[in-house]
Design a protein around this ligand. Structure first.
Ligand SMILES: OC[C@@H]1[C@@H](O)[C@H](O)[C@@H](O)c2nc(CNc3ccccc3)cn21
Length: 449
């Protein structure tokens, strides 16, 4: 067997997000979030599930940190619930909410686990949504005030900071397709939201620099390599458009200070304008210390003039494996993506901030969860991350999505991504076979293939 050793300082982690695991949705002074409002709206979430209780992590965080220590994690990526610390989004601080995160970070540090904080993982304070939410440019200002509060409380002890998780998902599923909170279906609004999110990212990075904090700061994007269904010109063009829609619309402003011109023209013609002020793109184009990548799948596309405003239709290649989310298992796509990012944007460092799969997990007669498919998925993707590192791509760490089963947005609790199985009837935690497997990978720092 060939051993693929990772760099000595490679970071092995796992990731979660506040709304998906914490519960305690209205406890200890926490304000309402747009996901509380969305999940309480009939018909939005499968089976009428909500994040009211979720994994009860708010009360069980000490037990969960012990499990992270048992796995030997180097780092734990989690997000802060903005309305838990600022119930109205701005102004009055909820000290009990802030104290929860200070205790969580303290437990992690005592366990020898580096915290990696995502400032925004989709749970905007509802009070700010009432003022227009991310479509209102003022929200960028309120985001920086919130970020500064957290920077000042935790900035001395937290080494890794992520401003936003997946602004593409916040913008399009949230404001164009209506599938995520706040459930808006307006493409022009989605473009303004995308811009204001990017602006808030740049402003928060500027503030982080001004505070002179010791950690590293970046942003996490859901990046999806796109491949043409055939090598004919129309399909290749469809591929380039889909790449601009999902990937370059965020990569280009952050790394180059400009939006992809061809797509911007299409939007001007077919959607309408969105407001960009004078030095916005200069603010967005702040130097970042790393790029976070959430990689799950590839897309294969073909030209279809009737399909959408781009004339791009995604196809499902036959004979391939798919996860419970209907996402193709395509580990080579992670290698292709990392090579492309290194070549086209040359980020100083890259972290795979999410990679994982949902499969039909069940507790077997022996009381264990034998999730062999997940182990195969993770191993294949780690092999491709390793190939990219050997090719010179500065990949510094890998966070499995997710540490534990959790609230999977519009799918509720029907999809399980965790290394740890959650029995939602009694909140019992059960380490799946993939958790034990991951523990050995972390201990050995190599995979065998
Ligand atoms: O779906 C699994 C995870 C989800 O639980 C995380 O909160 C989120 O960061 C996340 N992003 C993706 C990939 N991108 C995506 C694309 C369209 C809709 C939703 C997610 C997967 N995941």
């Amino acid at each position: 067997m060939h051993r693929r050793y990772f760099p000595e300082d490679f970071i092995w982690g796992a990731a979660t997000a506040s709304y998906q695991i914490e519960g305690a949705y209205n406890e200890d002074g926490k304000g309402e979030s747009i996901w509380d409002r969305f999940s309480h709206t009939p018909g939005k979430i499968l089976n009428g599930d909500t994040g009211d209780v979720a994994c009860d992590h708010y009360h069980r965080f000490r037990e969960d940190v012990k499990l992270m220590k048992e796995l030997g994690l180097d780092s734990y990526r989690f997000s802060i619930s903005w309305p838990r610390v600022l119930p109205e989004g701005k102004g009055q601080v909820n000290e009990k909410g802030l104290d929860f995160y200070k205790q969580l970070v303290d437990q992690l540090l005592k366990a020898g686990i580096d915290p990696a904080i995502t400032l925004y993982h989709w749970d905007l304070p509802q009070a700010l949504q009432e003022k227009g939410g991310w479509a209102n440019r003022d929200t960028a200002k309120y985001f920086v005030e919130y970020a500064n509060l957290i920077f000042k409380e935790l900035g001395d002890v937290v080494p890794l900071w992520i401003t936003h998780n997946e602004p593409w998902v916040v913008s399009f599923p949230g404001h164009a397709f209506g599938e995520h909170a706040p459930g808006i279906k307006n493409y022009q609004t989605a473009l303004q939201v995308a811009h204001n999110l990017l602006l808030s990212h740049g402003m928060a990075v500027q503030s982080f620099r001004q505070l002179g904090l010791p950690g590293k700061i970046g942003i996490t994007l859901n990046l999806t390599p796109v491949y043409p269904f055939s090598d004919n010109e129309a399909d290749q063009k469809a591929c380039d458009l889909q790449d601009a829609f999902i990937n370059r619309w965020f990569l280009d402003p952050i790394f180059e200070g400009s939006y992809p011109e061809e797509l911007h023209q299409i939007y001007r013609k077919k959607v309408g304008e969105f407001i960009i002020k004078n030095d916005d793109l200069e603010i967005i184009n702040q130097k970042i210390d790393f790029l976070g990548i959430n990689y799950y799948l590839r897309l294969v596309v073909k030209h279809n003039p009737d399909y959408n405003i781009f004339g791009v239709e995604t196809v499902k290649p036959e004979g391939r494996e798919y996860t419970e989310m209907g996402w193709e298992v395509y580990p080579e796509g992670l290698y292709d993506l990392l090579i492309r990012l290194h070549k086209d944007y040359a980020p100083e460092a890259l972290y795979i901030t999410e990679n994982g799969a949902a499969y039909q997990d069940q507790i077997d007669a022996d009381g264990r969860v034998h999730d062999q498919k997940r182990i195969a998925y993770l191993k294949a993707h780690l092999k491709n991350a390793h190939r990219a590192i050997e090719a010179g791509v500065p990949v510094k760490g890998y966070y499995i999505w997710s540490l534990m089963d959790n609230f999977e947005w519009a799918f509720g609790y029907s999809k399980r991504f965790g290394l740890i199985y959650i029995n939602y009837d009694n909140q019992q935690r059960i380490l799946k076979d993939s958790a034990y497997w991951y523990r050995t990978i972390i201990a050995k720092n190599y995979i065998e293939d």
